[in-house]
Every structure is written in structure tokens, then in C-alpha cells.
Design a protein around this ligand. Sequence first.
Ligand code: NI
Length: 172
Amino acid sequence: MTILPIIKHPNEILRQVCLPVPEVDDPMRQLMDDMLETMYDAPGVGLAAPQIGDTRRIIVIDQVREAEEDAKTPLFFVNPEIIWSGQEIGEYEEGCLSIPGVYENVLRPTECKVTYLDYFGKAQQMHCKDFLATVIQHEIDHLNGVLFIDHISRLKRSRAMKKYKKAQSELG
Ligand code: NI
């Protein structure tokens, strides 16, 4: 497996609407394995294909932060689609591997139902709650060119982006 470079905001690739995948084949499974490895290495709990420069509708998630080798619970979603969202709204402090160092509270539905193709190309449906619901909505946003900073107030965003740009320029 290969650890891939993660694309950072404000790269335009992160703003593209990604394309549906016709089927899940071996090269795509290889890509999903690499995405998972990249996510664990970062470390993060979710990664969408545009974050590694691939504009297809693919995401990987493992809710367990810094999972031990034998405790990993990877989830693979191809063409994920939210078919239902709950009424209740919850707030989580979100971050993103493409906007390192920025953490802001985001409001989202606490429950959603998602249809998708799994690692083997089989059609599946999942009812997501709480943290998983937050992560999957964040990742599906990526497939539509949306970042979590788009969900916060303009004032908070401009403050966060000022800090982010400064930190990025200090990194060179
Ligand atoms: Ni993200």
C-alpha cells in the first residue's frame, strides 16, 4: 500500500464536483486501500478521493482514531448518497486533513441514511448516527466540492483562514 500526498486548501481540485463510479474493480480497490493507509498515516477518521487528487465519488472512513492494527474498522463508500436526514441537529468540532490546524464547530443532522457501493461493489444502505453521521456528511461534502469551513459564519471563516494562511506560509 502507498501513502499518497494530501491536497491542501485552497487547491481547486477540492472544489470540483466528483463523478460517479460505474463499477468497483481491482484498481479501485487498490486506490481505496491506499486512501485508507494515507488516512491512518495522517492520522484522520475520513478521507475523500479529491483529497488525494482523484475526482471520483469514493470515500474511506474509520471512526476509531489511531486504531490499533487489530482494532481497525474501515468503511468504504463508493457513490455514497444521503437518502434521508434526521430532524435533530447536533454540533461537532470538525477538522479536515486538507485544512490542517483548523477546527471549528459545525451544525449537521445527527442521523442520516446513506446508500453506496461497498468495497466489493455491492449496493448497501447504512443508517449513520452521531459521530459517524458527522464524518460521512463531511466526506460526502468533499465529493460535491464543499469544505466544512463553508458551513461556519463568514466572520469565523475569515478569522480561521487568516490563521491558516499564516501557518501555511510559515511552513513554506
Ligand atoms: Ni475533510
